[in-house]
Structures are given as C-alpha cells and as structure tokens.
Design a protein around this ligand. Structure first.
Ligand SMILES: [Fe+2]
Length: 301
C-alpha cells in the first residue's frame, strides 16, 4: 500500500514510481508471450540480442492495430486482455494502490474481452482510441533500439481519451536512455485548468468528404501552457527494473521515450477509472481538481 509521502508526491508531481510492484515470474511469462506472438520467420529472435535493433524490416511489419509492428514500435494489444497481463497489471496490490488514489469503485478488466484497436484508428491516419472497445489493459508496448537513428524532439502530449489514472509497468529492465516513459512533473496541475472537460476532450468528427479538420481539439491556453512546461520543466525518465511501475495523472504531460540502449524497452500500459467516469468526464474544470479523488489524496499537502 502507498504511504502518505507517496500519496503527497503523486498529488504534487502527477506521477509516482513504485518499485517491484509486479511479480517477476509473471513479467517473464509476458515477455515469453511477446516472443511467441511473433511469426517464426521474423528477423527478431529472442535468443539473439543482435537482432533487436530497429526498425522492423518491411517483411516483419504488421498494420493490425491489435499487434502493430512498424518502425521502432512493437505493440501487442491482444495481450492486454490476456489473463497473464490482467493479473500482472490489475493485480490485487496494484488495484489497491490505484483505489487509494482514486477512491470510488474501480472499473473491472475483462479477461479475454475485446483488445484495444479492435475498431481500428480513431479516424483515418489517426491514433488508435484506447477507450473504444478496450476491455483490458492497453497492451504490451515495446520500443526497439534506435541504433544510430537521430534523436528527435520528445512528442510531449496529454492523452485525450477518458480515464483518470494511468500506469506503465516495466516487464523487463530498462536502463537510462532506454526508451522509458517520460513525464513532466507538476504539469498536471498547470494543464488541468486549460481543458474544457475534466477527463475528456472535444473532438471534430471525421467526414470523408470534409477531410480538412478532424480529431482532438486543444484550447489556446493549453497550447501556450504546454510550451511553457516544455521550456521550464526538466522531464523525468521512469527507467528501472522489471516489476517497477509508474502511476500517472490523466492530465500529466508525457512522451514515449527514445531507446538508445541495446535492450528492447518492454512495458505494459493500462488505465484505471472509476464507475463514476461517465459523470465526471464532462464536469467543469473550474473547481478543485481533486474533489473526485480519494480523501487521502484530498487531504495530502
Ligand atoms: Fe500518451
């Protein structure tokens, strides 16, 4: 369980690393499942680290949103509803910690339910919507080593779909500069007020004959504050050991890490939300941003 210092750290910084929160045997089992899901003909071979270097060769790529292999990204969303991943990331102890933060009653994941990506992209060329038809975790997200690929600016963003608390769990050791999840501490408190909705976001619907505008819209205040966050805040890379997890607030600015190690970054991504989410998501932001969180979070300094 989380102690009061950890709860206060989460409230102030918008994230919290909890070491050794996942079972190491189960982490190994999920790593095995990732390899088993690759076609046997794949260039990538589990027992040969020299084959780990990205990007995926063209013949190994897959555009199926449920098991995507493209460039340096290897995302297995089928595994997000597997009994192994659900008992790993929605374990009794991790759910108990999430409950300590969120209060209320947590939504329950469904083993062998629908994986994220079952409906394809949110709009043509757009991202996959993690909230659409997702009965489990988002899935197992891997980043292949970048090798001599040039370093790019971090894709700093907040997530647009409705949830309240995110978690990223490392299922393998991830060294510094090895592609770990990156967070901008404190940004949740600064960005929260710039949204129109508490845990959701207005969207422009996509129409095939009106292709000019589509997708998530941001306020000018959000754009300006995000630029200030990028300019004045030192990001934190959540690297660590297999079994470490990081909780993060829905409005925290974050980015996928860039992997300049020799290892594949392997992590489980999942969302938590309470049964009140449908009422809370459109609630105005002009009130106390913590008033729907647990009493322990509300009381925390
Ligand atoms: Fe994101």
């Amino acid at each position: 369980m989380l102690d009061s210092n950890q709860i206060a750290f989460f409230k102030t910084n918008g994230y919290l690393i909890v070491p050794s929160a996942m079972d190491s045997g189960l982490c190994q089992r999920v790593r095995d499942l990732m390899w088993q899901a690759l076609p046997a003909s794949s260039r990538l071979q589990a027992d040969n680290p020299e084959t780990y270097l990205g990007p995926f060769p063209e013949q190994d790529e897959s555009s199926d949103e449920r098991h995507l292999r493209a460039g340096f990204r290897w995302l297995n969303r089928f595994l997000g509803v597997s009994p192994e991943v659900i008992s790993l990331i929605y374990s009794q102890s991790i759910c108990a910690m999430a409950q300590q933060l969120l209060g209320g009653r947590l939504r329950q994941a469904v083993v062998d339910g629908q994986p994220m990506g079952s409906h394809g992209c949110a709009w043509p060329g757009g991202p996959t919507d993690p909230a659409l038809g997702n009965d489990g975790a988002r899935g197992v997200y891997c980043t292949l080593p970048y090798g001599n690929k040039g370093r790019e600016a971090d894709g700093v963003h907040t997530d647009g779909h409705p949830f309240q608390l995110g978690v990223v769990g490392l299922i393998d050791d991830c060294p510094e500069d090895g592609g770990a999840f990156k967070v901008w501490p404190g940004s949740h408190q600064r960005l929260f007020q710039t949204f129109a909705l508490r845990y959701d976001q207005p969207r422009v619907p996509f129409y095939p004959h009106l292709p000019g505008f589509k997708g998530i819209t941001h306020t000018e205040a959000y754009q300006a504050e995000l630029q200030r966050v990028i300019a004045d805040t030192e990001p934190v890379e959540c690297h660590g050991k297999a079994g470490d997890i990081v909780f993060w607030h829905h409005r925290l600015a974050h980015a996928a890490g860039q992997n300049y190690s020799d290892h594949i970054r392997q992590a489980v991504l999942a969302d938590f939300w309470t049964q009140d989410l449908d009422q809370l998501r459109a609630k105005p932001v002009g009130e106390d941003m913590w008033d729907d969180w647990s009493e322990a979070v509300q009381r925390a300094p």
